[in-house]
Design a protein. Structure first.
Length: 334
């Protein structure tokens, strides 16, 4: 008999999440059997990820009070009745914030067999996982970037944005990024961004964007939404493409923001704007993972993880991420 710990949603977030919105529970798991309702695989949490800030937006839609908090984790198999999953192997699963869980294997994905021992397995939750795949398919399939173009990405020091900028450079583009601290801006320049600025300290966001690229932008990978997006859209080149990945400036608002509105520049610049969720390309996941892993191993894509130690510290780490305290991917190591 295994006792799992799990963080559950005690109360739906009312604006910005608070530690009192979470509750730590203990769950008794049944023993594995050959066949029956509990046959399968028992896994123990290795590293858990918040994946991206979109989970904040999904919380009310996908969870009810008392549910285990949604999230993705790297887990190690500690017992198995499933021949497809051997004891000691590492897998990725959308099993939420819990230390142990039982699976029939349908929701699990093995780490690639080519995964080097020197590479943190937590990267399967970040640069070589969903955030990296979001950057990969968002740029290739939504932005349809071309060599020589100029790409703008906001929240550029985060798990998705930092990969967007580096993949755009691999694709032969000029890249402009913005972030919320001078340390993050320095990091962006270190990993190859052509231009980067602190949006919190510039006198005018409009002027900062014009200075970074006087000719405007061909592609805009938007993780922020709100006022930033409204200003940036006015600086798109004719026939520009905008990938709407997230809207972190809006998730914690109690009152919806109002205009300005985008229709006029969209019409006269003949822009394309498309929202997307990376699961659209699940059938091409292996392609994306293989490419990202190759670029990481070659040093063409660099990564940084904001690691919090201890399962008990998950709510504080989550709240810190929403406040922008993380550089790169925020993960909790158990």
């Amino acid at each position: 008999m295994v006792i799992a710990k799990a963080w559950v949603l005690k109360k739906h977030f009312d604006g910005f999440p608070k530690t009192s919105d979470f509750d730590l529970k203990k769950i008794e798991l049944p023993n594995l059997k050959d066949g029956g309702d509990v046959s399968g695989t028992l896994l123990r949490l290795h590293t858990v990820s918040f994946i991206c800030l979109c989970y904040r937006a999904y919380s009310r839609r996908d969870m009810k009070e008392g549910d285990i908090i949604i999230g993705t984790q790297v887990a190690r198999i500690v017992e198995s009745k499933n021949p497809a999953f051997s004891v000691g192997a590492y897998v990725v699963g959308d099993s939420g914030w819990r230390t142990h869980f039982i699976s029939d294997g349908k929701d699990l994905q093995h780490l690639p067999s080519s995964w080097p021992e020197s590479l943190p397995k937590s990267l399967a939750l970040g640069t070589v996982g969903m955030p990296g795949l979001t950057a990969y398919f968002g740029l290739l399939e939504v932005c349809k970037m071309k060599p020589g173009e100029t790409v703008l990405v906001n929240a550029a020091a985060g798990a998705v944005g930092s990969v967007v900028g580096q993949l755009a450079k691999i694709g032969g583009c000029k890249v402009v990024g913005c972030a919320g601290s001078d340390d993050k801006v320095a990091y962006l320049k270190k990993i190859g961004f052509d231009e980067a600025f602190n949006y919190k300290t510039v006198k005018s966001l409009d002027e900062a964007l014009r200075k970074a690229s006087p000719d405007g932008y061909d592609c805009f990978f938007d993780n922020v939404g709100g006022e930033f997006a409204s200003i940036a859209i006015n600086q798109m080149k004719k026939y520009g493409r905008i990938a709407i990945c997230g809207a972190i400036s809006l998730y914690n608002d109690l009152v919806p923001q109002k205009g300005p509105y985008v229709q006029v520049p969209m019409i006269f610049k003949e822009l394309q704007m498309e929202g997307f969720i990376v699961s659209r390309w699940n059938n091409r996941r292996d392609e994306g993972v293989k490419a990202l892993l190759k670029w990481v191993m070659e040093g063409k894509v660099k990564y940084h993880e904001q690691v919090t130690e201890g399962f008990e510290n998950m709510p504080m780490a989550f709240i810190g991420m929403l406040k922008g305290e993380n550089l790169g991917k925020a993960v909790v190591k158990v």
